[in-house]
Design a protein around this ligand. Structure first.
Ligand code: IMP
Ligand code: MG
Length: 185
């Protein structure tokens, strides 16, 4: 399906898997004394990454999810961050790792991090498969980064355009026709 949808592949299926393994081993090393940490996925984009990341982590851990939005279906990040679904676990005195598909402007994750700190988390770190540093509008850095991409809108492996293409096995830049097709609807 990727070849029909992407004009350029930026991260292949094999690269994604080796990045997941690399990140899992870094976290495993750092969290030996912090069991059980909470892996907090930001829906919906984190979904494939969360699955592939945690299965390589040889520690006792908890998984939770939050759905926050700063995107409202558009290509560019805009507006305030809105909590659509809150997590279920209590974060008080817990070590949290926020699991993100991509950090772009950084605003969404910065707000979530501040919220978790306000709720009394012991520590809050970020793991992101993709970092887009050129998009940054706030001062925020993820501790664990899979890879960096240039300033382009990308889809696949959790990343969507108007809720489509999260199921692509590769990550890349969509063909212009794909964007046009959904814009016309
Ligand atoms: P940020 O707040 O700008 O860092 O990004 C918030 C969210 O926007 C990310 O978690 C993604 O879900 C989404 N996003 C940012 N850049 C892209 C992209 O290039 N493609 C698809 N979704 C993106
Ligand atoms: Mg996201």
């Amino acid at each position: 399906m990727s070849t029909k949808v992407l004009k350029e592949v930026l991260v292949t299926k094999t690269e994604i898997q080796s990045l997941c393994l690399k990140l899992a081993k870094e976290i495993e090393q750092d969290y030996q004394d912090k069991e059980p940490a909470i892996f907090l996925g930001l829906l919906k984009g984190c979904h494939p990454f969360m699955t592939d990341l945690i299965r390589h982590i040889n520690l006792t851990l908890e998984v939770d999810y939050m759905d926050v939005s700063s995107f409202f279906g558009a290509v560019k990040s805009q507006g305030e961050v809105q909590i659509i679904k809150d997590m279920t676990a209590s974060v008080k005195n817990r070590d949290i790792i926020i699991v993100e598909d991509i950090v772009d402007s950084g605003r969404t994750i910065k707000k979530v991090k501040e919220l978790l700190e306000f709720r009394g988390a012991k520590s809050v770190e970020i793991v992101t498969l993709i970092d887009k540093p050129s998009g940054r509008t706030v001062d925020l850095a993820a501790k664990y980064i899979g890879t960096e991409v240039p300033n382009a809108f990308i889809i696949g492996y959790g990343l969507d355009y108007k809720e489509y293409y999260r199921n692509l096995e590769e990550i890349g830049i969509p063909r212009d026709e794909i964007i046009k097709e959904h814009d016309e609807k």
